[in-house]
Design a protein around this ligand. Structure first.
Ligand code: NAD
Ligand code: TYD
Length: 361
């Protein structure tokens, strides 16, 4: 079996669902095996994200904080997974600005605790199981910092220069993972991916926030002048990249994963508005009339761009979705998932929106 930390969050749950129910035509040589999700269910973790596989006997779940190394080690010894895929994290930049402590705890101390558990477990494994074991660490392109307009895209050899507490905590976790390979021989793989979007993303991130605000007639908040650039990747393509690295990645290596889809934030928001205009037109005019420019994020990185030629060249991975096809699938999913939206946007979500946006959103 495999372990997936953070499997009740956005990317982790998409990964688990894809793993247990591969789409028609997708090859699934290694995916007919059970998954144990380890997740402590923070505000961002939601068992409803796993609803479509809830009755699958291959899905196991443990509500567990990754910072408890002894508890994770006990689970490793009990289930003897061939791989631990580490998605669990505090993941939202704006929250890291308002409250960095939780990011240091989960992203740094939590990764350290997992590595310690994995090191002990790995050391106890006999020959073939030991050779097969992998620790795959899911990380972000934000560790590389910010690019100027004509700088070359981030490659695996770009120097780390994190600018937000989130990015710094992920950078620290990447360094720990690397060190456990070099020092203890732990068989690690690291992926650094660009901005994801798709079904099940918590509506604190740009794309779901704008989609839901638009439908509710609320302002669409754009930080600064909207010219900051991100590279966007559909979550299903990120999941296929992770499966590819797990299967064929070289031990100790890092792989950048990206969509070759650099877009300014304003263009992203206008694309969402145009998609909604086509699928669920307003009574009059376009959703883009709701666009509102708000105070910029402190230390807002200007541009991210990913050079993903290493994973393409070495492992043959390539994304399937274009931004046009991916955003349409995503908006359609939010339009058809009102029960999920209702559940995740109640209570504490409203507290976050009023703290971050005041009355603007
Ligand atoms: P998310 O915030 O949606 O989900 C995080 C999950 O981790 C939640 O289910 C939460 O309950 C769980 N979690 C948090 N702290 C925990 C702890 N101490 N113990 C156990 N579980 C805990 O995040 P996401 O967007 O799905 O991101 C997953 C991973 O991918 C993260 O490591 C993130 O850094 C990385 N990543 C995200 C993006 C993106 O665009 N979202 C891009 C690149 C990389
Ligand atoms: P986000 O989805 O928070 O991802 P990240 O900060 O990890 O890139 O934000 C994506 C971009 O959108 C980023 O440049 C910040 C911007 N943004 C807004 O303009 N308005 C918002 O309300 C949010 C949440 C983000």
């Amino acid at each position: 079996m495999i372990f997936v930390t953070g499997g009740a969050g956005f990317i982790g749950s998409n990964f688990v669902v894809d793993w247990l129910t591969p789409a028609a035509g997708q090859s699934a040589p290694l995916r007919n095996e059970p998954v144990l999700v380890i997740d402590c269910l923070t505000y961002a973790g939601n068992l409803a994200n796993l609803a479509v596989v809830r009755d699958n006997p291959k899905l196991l779940f443990e509500r567990q904080d990754i910072c408890d190394s002894a508890a994770v080690l006990a689970l490793l010894r009990k289930h003897r997974p061939r791989a631990l895929l580490h998605f669990a994290a505090e993941s939202h930049v704006d929250r890291s600005i308002l409250g960095p402590a939780e990011f240091v705890r989960t992203n740094i101390n939590g990764t350290f605790a997992l590595l310690e558990a994995a090191r002990t477990y790995y050391g106890e494994l006999p020959g073939a199981e030991r050779d097969a074991f992998r620790f795959l660490h899911v990380s972000t392109d934000e560790v590389y910092g910010s690019l100027g307009p004509v700088d070359p895209a981030f490659s695996e050899t770009t120097a780390y220069a994190p600018n937000s507490p989130y990015a710094a905590s992920k950078a620290a976790s990447d360094h720990l993972v690397r060190a456990y390979h070099h020092t203890y021989g732990l068989p690690v793989l690291t992926t650094n991916c660009s901005n994801n979007y798709g079904p099940l993303q918590f509506p604190e991130k740009l794309i779901p926030l704008v989609t839901l605000n638009a439908l509710q007639g609320k302002p669409l908040p754009i930080y600064g002048d909207g010219s900051n650039v991100r590279d966007w990747l559909y979550v299903g393509d990120h999941c296929s990249g992770i499966r590819t690295v797990l299967q064929n990645g070289r031990l100790g290596e890092t792989y950048n994963i990206g969509g070759r889809t650099e877009m300014q934030n304003l263009a992203v928001v206008k694309t969402i508005c145009a998609t909604l205009d086509a699928l669920r037109p307003r009574n009059s005019g376009s959703y883009s009339q709701q666009i509102t420019f708000v105070k910029d994020r402190p230390g807002h990185d200007r541009r991210y761009a990913i050079d993903c030629s290493k994973i393409e060249r070495e492992l043959g991975w390539t994304p399937v979705e274009t931004f046009a096809s991916g955003i349409r699938k995503t908006v359609e999913w939010y339009l058809n998932s009102s029960a999920w939206v209702e559940q995740v946007t109640s209570g504490k979500y409203r507290d976050w929106v009023s703290l971050q946006y005041g009355t603007a959103a």
